[in-house]
Ligand binder design. Structure first.
Ligand code: UD1
Ligand code: UDP
Length: 360
């Protein structure tokens, strides 16, 4: 095939779906290599079905493990698939271990070039595994697709050549535009969950928050405090990492927060769109709330998506309860009429244009 996509987790499946569709429309031969980093149905196959993506040609079934074990096994497996497949270009998206492994394996094989979708994001927090992954991916790739001018400037400031870089917007805008209407038509999530009035939506899964007992408890208490102040019920579709930690740390989840299974993409889009406010530590959720004009409170000490804060769609509040409550009071009164900084929903087309795959 001309193009191989390497993907492994929920956000990569969602954010690469528009690029995969654009390949189908342009008749670009491609293959999908799934690392198996995510394997539970609700983080994986549900998105292939709902986004109508073809089944991956390869599933490497690497699964969970320590950073080194997971990444190392992926590198070995990806290398052997790529040697067989010999694509011209490998595309990776974002900052997961699958991205790092895919980039390292591909870049060292002669005749294969690497494109990094969502390049140039920086939290400047080197404690995060994602920050290491995205930096290394950017510095090994041949094509860089930053979503915004801010991320392009970051790449330039790190010495990466301008002619490798194309600002494309973020493919999440394409994905939201392709699915939001269908979501509202098809999803019954609001009535199923009984949240037809005002409600808050919470997602929290990031290692630095949920792997630390005190931090996770503080985060939950902060969201509960804000929820009580605003008289909002809060729903929390929980990532398996966070679910595991709640059991392991024996955490009592405050009554104001209702835990539920992870949602599929269409249901989750409706929840994000209809929520009064969203609390999150997710990268993709900061972007989607900004696109959907829903105010966001980010439960982290930093963000690699400063554009959302600049347009006044997001506040970075950390995990102290008073700060979460204050950020919520501020965001709840903000007028939701900011500009979406992440492009016009043609990112996938722009990526294929930059790779010179002609339109039909
Ligand atoms: C990974 C990414 C993170 C991204 C997230 C998207 C890295 C370093 N982290 O975090 O940047 O935001 O995916 O959701 O790449 N588990 C399951 N089922 C699965 C997968 C995982 O139950 O299908 C559980 C396992 O207990 C596992 C834990 O979740 O140990 C963590 O999974 P892992 O892939 O290591 O990281 P994520 O937290 O999912
Ligand atoms: N998402 C979903 N169901 C959920 C929670 C999130 O479909 O229950 C989607 C969400 O719409 C977004 C993506 O998953 O597109 C974000 O993934 P995640 O938060 O796991 O990873 P991050 O973006 O932080 O890397």
């Amino acid at each position: 095939s001309d193009l191989s996509f390497i993907l492994g987790t929920r956000p990569e499946i969602i954010k690469l779906s528009p690029v995969i569709r654009a390949c189908q429309q342009r008749d670009v031969p491609f293959s999908l290599i799934h690392t198996g980093q995510h394997y539970s149905d609700e983080l994986d196959s549900v998105f292939f079905e709902q986004l109508e993506l073809p089944a991956p040609e390869y599933n490497l079934s690497v699964g969970s493990g320590s950073q080194g074990k997971q990444t190392g096994e992926m590198i070995v497996e990806i290398e052997s698939v790529l040697e067989e497949e010999q694509p011209d270009v490998v595309l990776v998206q974002g900052d997961t271990n699958s991205v790092l492994a895919g980039t390292i394996a591909a870049t060292k094989i002669e005749g294969i070039e690497v494109g990094h979708v969502e390049a140039g994001l920086r939290s400047f927090d080197r404690e995060m595994p994602e920050e290491i992954n995205r930096r290394l991916a950017d510095h090994s790739a041949d094509y860089l697709f930053p979503p915004t001018e801010t991320s392009r400037q970051q790449l330039l400031s790190e010495g990466l050549p301008d002619d490798w870089i194309t600002v494309t917007g973020n493919t999440i805008v394409d994905a939201v535009m392709q699915n939001a209407e269908i979501a509202h038509e098809q999803s019954c999530v609001l009535s199923e969950l009984g949240v037809e009035e005002e409600f808050g939506l919470l997602t929290a899964h990031r290692a630095e928050n949920v792997d630390n007992r005190d931090r996770f408890i503080s985060l939950l208490e902060g969201v509960a405090k804000a929820a009580r102040e605003q008289e909002l019920p809060v729903v929390y579709p929980i990532h398996p990492r966070a679910k595991k930690r709640i059991a392991e740390f024996d955490i009592d989840v405050p009554e104001a927060i209702r835990i539920m299974e992870p949602q599929d993409f269409l249901d989750f889009l409706v929840l994000e769109d209809e929520a009064t406010i969203v609390f999150t530590d997710s990268g993709g959720v900061q972007e989607e709330t900004c696109i959907l004009q829903t105010p966001c409170v980010t439960l982290r000490d930093n963000t690699e998506r400063p554009e959302t804060v600049e347009v006044d769609a997001n506040r970075i509040v950390g995990v102290e309860p008073d700060d979460i409550a204050e950020g919520t009071r501020e965001m709840i009164t903000v007028e939701s009429e900011w500009e979406n900084p992440f492009g016009d929903g043609t990112s996938a087309e722009q990526i294929l244009d930059a790779l010179e795959y002609d339109r039909e």
